[in-house]
Design a protein around this ligand. Structure first.
Ligand SMILES: C[S@@+](CC[C@H](N)C(=O)[O-])C[C@H]1O[C@@H](n2cnc3c(N)ncnc32)[C@H](O)[C@@H]1O
Length: 202
């Protein structure tokens, strides 16, 4: 299964969109096809591969209510969020104007969507959410640290916080049906749990 995007090739500042024909990506086999890839100056940060679908699958299956998304990327998950009648609103925070310029006009969206050009580490939170999906990490600090910072900042504003899981994760207690889940510390009030998804390389 795959969510194929329709974003034209482009370059803006340090970012570019390329269409790459391949049968493997990030060390995983893929059906031979043409994939859309978002690169920054150093490496690929998003691609519409089957592997990315798998990493978003649990989130997409469990999502409901008011959703906060860290990182626009290719807008790959927009269509399933639009199609889901349980999703009331989607707020996307994207730091880089170059990414917005190349992607936003071409990705699916409707009146449920709000795009905010800001840094997820700094955004002045303006409402509460049912689920926060944090997919903005691009290697700027250890992923463990990213998760802790996001939980501290957004825990009081999100009923549930979800991440994909890098292989180095060590501080999550229970592995439940392929997810790693733990109850947040008491001082992070208002949040229920953190869920991480397995096996993603960036
Ligand atoms: C893996 S992609 C997100 C994929 C997206 N969920 C999709 O459906 O295509 C990560 C995105 O986060 C953005 N990003 C990186 N650092 C950020 C930050 N500090 N605040 C907000 N967005 C950030 C990147 O520019 C990129 O667009």
């Amino acid at each position: 299964m795959r969510i194929k995007v329709n974003i034209p090739e482009a370059t803006s500042g340090d970012f570019r969109i390329e269409h790459v024909t391949t049968d493997s990506y990030c060390g995983s086999p893929e059906p031979m096809d043409t994939y859309t890839v978002l690169f920054n100056e150093h490496h690929n940060i998003m691609q519409d591969t089957t592997r990315e679908y798998v990493e978003h699958e649990q989130f997409l299956k469990s999502v409901y209510g008011d959703i906060l998304i860290a990182g626009l990327g290719l807008g790959m998950i927009n269509q399933p969020l639009m199609d889901n009648p349980n999703v009331k609103s989607v707020t996307i925070i994207e730091k880089f104007q170059d990414v917005i310029d190349m992607v936003w006009d071409h990705c699916p969206k409707n009146k449920k969507f709000r795009l905010i050009h800001d840094d997820i580490y700094k955004w002045d939170i303006d409402s509460k959410f049912d689920i926060g999906w944090f997919d903005s990490w691009v290697g700027e600090r250890p992923h463990e640290e990213y998760k802790k910072v996001m939980v501290e900042k957004y825990g009081p504003y999100c009923r549930e916080i979800m991440f994909w899981n890098s292989q180095n994760d060590i501080d999550f207690e229970n592995n439940v049906h392929g997810q790693l889940r733990f109850v947040l510390p008491k001082q992070v009030s208002g949040a229920i749990s953190v869920t991480t998804h397995n096996n993603k390389e960036k």
